[in-house]
Design a protein around this ligand. Structure first.
Ligand code: NAP
Length: 309
């Protein structure tokens, strides 16, 4: 192991925290119908997939077929030529098929019809409506592990990050992510009920909400004490190997392990980001705790050599 790359973390006065978790809190819908109305006139655009539980029909009924236009999200081109739009529904994150949602080929396929399709639609919308007020509702299915979730479906998870970044880059767009389960979509009356609930959601620049049965949940990032929450999960004075330890997240985790658990941390990496980390001297001073083992984790031979070293 190369000693020259040993890291030292400066002592901090307060306990260092990097252990957070996402919690979902029950939050009944505020009793204020109509808060989602946008000030600009325009049609409602419904972007659906081929497995969207036919929710587009329910939206057309809900909005009025003369005030809404529905199209397949996989073909974003015509968006540029539509008349004025005030509201957009994206349904590509829904999937009415049965079977294993964690099947890799299904995830790959879903990536095309959800995240990639939404990315293309967003580009078309940006071309025409970047500076206009737009209300956007993106539906996902069992993406979050909120109470009442039997199994998480990873297929549309990337929509969350994309929508969050989008809301920061286009402040005039108000984006609501609504995570539902199959039970909210399987009958006509349930679909109607779902749309009525969504219509009552307060309009913010970005919000993420989960519906499970009659319950509504909002997210909160909370600190956790790992020693209490998972006793024994991290060993005091243990040795931890982190692939990508010299990157942003790896450095933070390394610091947590070194400061709070006096652990020794070994980074695996190709050596590109170590140079950048070495340029952050304020975080690298007092306690000798880490070392770098060079290696590309995609290369079996390099990994074997790193392990032996
Ligand atoms: N930062 C965020 O807010 C965030 C949020 C969600 C998810 N993530 C994901 O979390 C991961 C880490 O994020 P980050 O912000 O810490 O990224 P980062 O700063 O770019 O760090 C990535 C680290 O992985 C190492 N690495 C990349 N390819 C490697 C390979 N083939 N073999 C060995 N090491 C390799 C890099 O080192 P070398 O280049 O030296 O090999 C680097 O140290 C990424 O996958 C990112 O997409 C990040």
């Amino acid at each position: 192991m190369a000693d020259s790359t040993a890291l030292k973390f400066a002592p901090r006065r307060s306990p260092f925290r990097a252990d957070y978790e996402l919690q979902w809190h029950s939050a009944p819908l505020p009793d204020q119908a109509g808060t989602r109305a946008v000030s600009q006139p325009g049609k409602t655009l419904i972007l659906h997939g081929i497995h969207s539980f036919d929710l587009q029909r329910a939206i057309l009924d809900h909005e009025g077929s003369d005030r809404a236009v529905s199209m397949n999200a996989a073909d974003a081109g015509p968006i540029r030529n539509l008349p004025e739009i005030a509201k957009v529904y994206f349904l590509g994150g829904l999937d009415d098929r049965s079977g294993d949602p964690s099947d890799p080929s299904r995830i790959e396929e879903a990536h095309l019809s959800s995240t990639l399709a939404w990315f293309r639609c967003v580009k078309a919308l940006l071309d025409r409506d970047q500076d206009r007020e737009l209300e956007i509702v993106v539906l996902t299915q069992r993406m979050h592990d909120a109470p009442g979730t039997t199994a998480v479906e990873p297929t549309s998870a990337a929509l969350h990050g994309l929508c969050q970044s989008l809301s920061r880059e286009t402040p005039r767009w108000k984006i609501t992510l609504v995570d539902v389960d199959r039970a909210s979509l399987e009958s006509e009356s349930k679909r109607r009920e779902l749309l009525e609930r969504i219509a009552r959601e307060p309009r913010q620049s970005f919000s993420s909400v989960v519906y499970r049965g009659p319950h509504r949940y909002l997210p909160a990032i909370e600190t956790v004490n790992l020693r209490d929450a998972m006793p024994g999960a991290i060993r005091e004075g243990g040795t931890y190997v982190i692939a990508g330890g010299a990157g942003g997240i790896g450095l933070t985790i390394s610091e947590l392990l070194a400061r709070n658990y006096h652990a020794r941390v070994i980074w695996l990496g190709r050596g590109r980001s170590t140079k950048q980390s070495a340029g952050k001297p304020q975080r690298l001073s007092a306690t000798d705790c880490s070392a770098l083992s060079p290696g590309d984790i995609a290369d079996w031979r390099q990994m074997r050599e790193a392990w032996i070293a």
